[in-house]
Design a protein around this ligand. Structure first.
Ligand code: EPU
Length: 423
């Protein structure tokens, strides 16, 4: 727990080059995938964020040897015996659910604490269980734990569409389990997110037979064993989008090194429509903004739609845009906790069901604020950079779950942010 505060003052324009960390949401399932072999793996470009550290704790609790030096994780499962992901670790991070598939595939048994509610809304795991059950696992809920067993996993046709579309981590779980199942698994309505593709590419490098990843139908032909791997995680597209929106908010000429246009199509489209100039470079994106953006409507959807993980940051941008915009959340319809904090900074936002109606204002006004979750916290950092006076952001544990030294990297390109450390 940190009691640090970020003191954020009006910033910008932003200039220079920002660099990206590896994608947290690719690193987490890839760390779980390392359980599928006894051989050591080396994962590179891993962000040093608390969610990754929580996954390190889970792997160690399972009996796996893990070392984390600079951005490299070395993971040696050997003949690990643990099968329990306990409450105190899972309650820190819901993504711990992605050890379920690998544990069942490798050991035929798994006990994972049932993830609870979450500030961004209900987050059920029915699709994970349905998918793994289709491959032959059986589940019981005992004392708050999912107790799974699978004498043998068998390839099958698995449909993973839910009420809100595809599921990223359910696709990851089923795909991982299917790599060691007998026969062929076809996942229909698979998630197409770049992080799922990165996981599939890592599994293929481990010897898995996977086709179709990146599309809605993934075919996995089971193999008898996988080998260790040396693998480099993709750059974090949500972090890239956060920097792009920061530049759009306070103006400037910012190059985001490592940003991949093919991962950010919907974000580039919406920002361009808002009159932000975005230029694709070889391995970077250049963002230029000199005027308040135009209001644009945004609907979050599974990839290649606009990512829910950038909805809060986009709302901060629309809060200072010219005109009225409607932001509709189709992935997590309750993910609107940041509205109240943005309004405390002078924004004019009204929630209507799963939409937010944002009337752009000329100026935001700095205030003491607390982020309710990771992305809401990032949105408040951006809002603080566009606001008069000082914004004091507390509750930095949320921010640190997914951004590595965000404020330091923003300061390097011209933001006025200071960390006040409490002894
Ligand atoms: N859903 C179900 N049943 C399930 C699983 C999901 O109904 O069994 C629903 C969810 O409630 C939601 C929708 O399906 O409405 C999509 O959820 P999904 O399963 O795709 O989310 P996730 O895999 O648990 C990952 C990211 C999230 C990101 C979502 C959506 C990781 C570790 N987490 O979560 O990232 O918002 O995909 O893109 O990959 C974040 O980084 O801030 C974050 C929350």
């Amino acid at each position: 727990m940190t009691t640090d505060t970020l003191l954020i003052r009006r910033s910008g324009p932003l200039h220079g080059t920002a660099s990206l960390s590896g994608a947290k949401n690719a690193a987490l399932p890839i760390m779980a995938a390392c359980l599928l072999t006894e051989e050591p793996s080396l994962i590179e470009n891993v962000p040093r964020v608390t969610d990754v550290l929580s996954m390190v704790d889970i792997l160690r609790r399972l009996g796996v040897e893990v070392t984390f030096a600079a951005d490299r994780l070395s993971i040696t499962p050997g003949g690990f015996r643990g099968a329990v992901a306990p409450y105190e670790l899972v309650s820190r991070m819901r993504a711990s659910i992605c050890v379920l598939g690998p544990l069942l595939a490798r050991q035929g048994t798994a006990q994972v604490s049932m993830p609870g509610g979450c500030v961004i809304g209900p987050r059920p795991i029915d699709l994970h269980l349905k998918g793994l059950a289709t491959l032959g696992a059986t589940f019981a809920i005992e004392h708050g734990y999912i107790v799974g067993t699978a004498a043998e996993l068998r390839g099958s046709r698995v449909h993973l569409g839910g009420a809100f579309g595809s599921s990223v981590l359910a696709t990851a779980n089923v795909m991982m389990a299917a790599t060691l199942a007998k026969g062929v698994t076809t996942i229909e309505q698979a998630a197409c997110e770049p992080e799922v593709v990165d996981l599939a590419n890592c599994l293929v490098a481990m010897g898995a037979r996977i086709e179709g990843h990146g599309g809605p139908i993934i075919r996995v032909e089971g193999v008898s064993r996988l080998r260790g791997v040396r693998y480099r995680i993709i750059p974090d597209r949500i972090e890239a989008g956060t920097f792009m929106i920061a530049a759009a908010m306070v103006g400037g000429d910012l190059t985001i090194d490592g940003a991949r246009a093919e991962h950010l199509g919907a974000v580039i489209d919406r920002l361009s429509e808002a009159t932000v100039a975005i230029e694709k470079r070889n391995t970077a994106l250049r963002v230029r903004a000199s005027q308040p953006p135009q209001a644009v409507d945004v609907t979050t959807l599974p990839f290649p739609g606009f990512p829910t993980d950038l909805q809060a940051q986009m709302m901060a941008l629309m809060a200072v845009a010219r005109g009225v915009s409607v932001l509709t959340e189709k992935v997590y319809p309750e993910r609107f906790m940041h509205i109240a904090e943005l309004n405390r900074m002078g924004a004019s936002i009204v929630r209507e069901g799963s939409s937010a109606i944002v009337k752009g204002v000329e100026r935001l006004s700095g205030a003491p604020v607390t982020g309710s979750d990771l992305r809401a916290s990032a949105a408040l950092v951006l809002a603080g950079m566009a606001a008069d006076n000082q914004t004091e952001l507390t509750g930095l544990d949320h921010l640190e779950r997914g951004y590595q030294h965000l404020e330091e990297r923003l300061v390097r390109v011209g933001a006025n942010i200071q960390r006040l450390s409490q002894p």
